[in-house]
Ligand binder design. Structure first.
Ligand code: NAP
Length: 269
């Protein structure tokens, strides 16, 4: 009997989660496994019924297209449905119940947790699932104001209201405001997607530029920020951060602090 966790989605072959979780299992010398399972939407209910009966199964990470639909088959004591609105992790709790959570907000916030952003202005580009986790984390961190950059102004304004955030919505062609933090939570700049073309010159010298995109790891946005000597955070930091929170929920041990460079090198191959 080997405890295992997995990532589910459709398609799923592209997922980097098995590399990350297996790296930590090996590093800790733990007996356990982490797989990728292709689950189609019509198979989701059966998937959770089968895994609920399999006591070796510790939980799963969840990616497109199941991040909302999975909520119908697991318990939601943290009310993620009504807050972030989507889940990326299900784990088995001590009582054996399958519990929903979202580790993206914590994974996003970890790399900037030491930076005082309370009361500051943040720019967030995008209004999809990742943006929801970012806005949730920024609201928790008492951000002063959020300027949300989106193509659907109504949807974006609804998000600000949902998270109780002060701020406004602007288009991608608008001048960027003076802000302490700029986050790209859209696919713009990702391999195969349109470029993200924004002028960073209005940002102050202490601003942090954070790109959630991790393919490529060195995006044009991060390059432009470094040209201006601004501090940057890349998408791999969040990817590894959200995985670390899930790993502990699955396997009951935190990933080791050392080995971060080796893990990054592995993810970049
Ligand atoms: P999503 O739910 O599909 O949302 C994408 C958002 O970007 C939507 O608001 C969409 O606008 C907007 N958008 C897409 N194309 C656009 C365009 N051409 N012009 C303007 N806006 C555009 O995707 P997601 O799950 O939020 O993911 C967004 C990015 O974050 C992806 O690159 C993903 O890989 C990355 N991500 C990284 C991590 C990590 O751990 N590093 C975690 C999660 C996501 P509409 O609302 O108008 O459709």
């Amino acid at each position: 009997m080997t405890h295992y966790a997995e990532v589910i989605g459709h398609p799923i072959a592209h997922s980097k989660s098995p590399l990350i979780h297996k790296f930590w299992l090996t590093q800790l010398g733990m007996v356990g496994d982490y797989r990728a399972s292709d689950v189609q939407p019509q198979g989701l209910e059966r998937y959770f019924a089968e895994r609920a009966a399999d006591t070796d199964w510790r939980g799963c990470n969840i990616t497109i297209p199941h991040k909302i639909a999975a909520l119908d088959f697991v318990s939601d004591p943290g009310e993620v449905r009504n807050s972030i609105g989507a889940i990326n992790t299900v784990f088995r709790n001590d009582a054996g119940a399958l519990v929903a959570t979202n580790t993206d907000a914590g994974g996003f916030y970890g790399p900037i947790a030491d930076i005082p952003i309370a009361g500051e202005t943040a720019v967030v580009i995008g209004a999809g699932g990742a943006a929801r986790a970012v806005l949730f984390a920024l609201a928790q961190a008492d951000i002063g104001e959020v300027v949300l950059v989106a193509r659907n102004a109504l949807k974006a304004a609804g998000l600000l209201a949902h998270f109780g955030l002060k701020g406004k919505v602007i288009g991608l062609d608008a001048r960027m405001p003076d802000a302490a933090l700029l986050v790209n939570a859209s696919p713009l700049g990702m391999v195969g997607q349109e470029a993200l073309e924004i002028d960073l010159s209005p940002l102050p010298e202490h601003a942090i530029v954070y790109d959630l995109v991790y393919a490529p790891i060195e995006t044009a946005l991060l390059k432009a920020a470094r040209m201006r000597d601004l501090e940057t955070v890349d998408g791999l930091e969040m990817l590894v951060g959200q995985a670390a929170i899930a790993f502990e929920l699955f396997f009951g041990a935190a990933p080791p602090d050392d080995g971060e460079d080796a893990l990054r090198a592995l993810l970049l191959t």
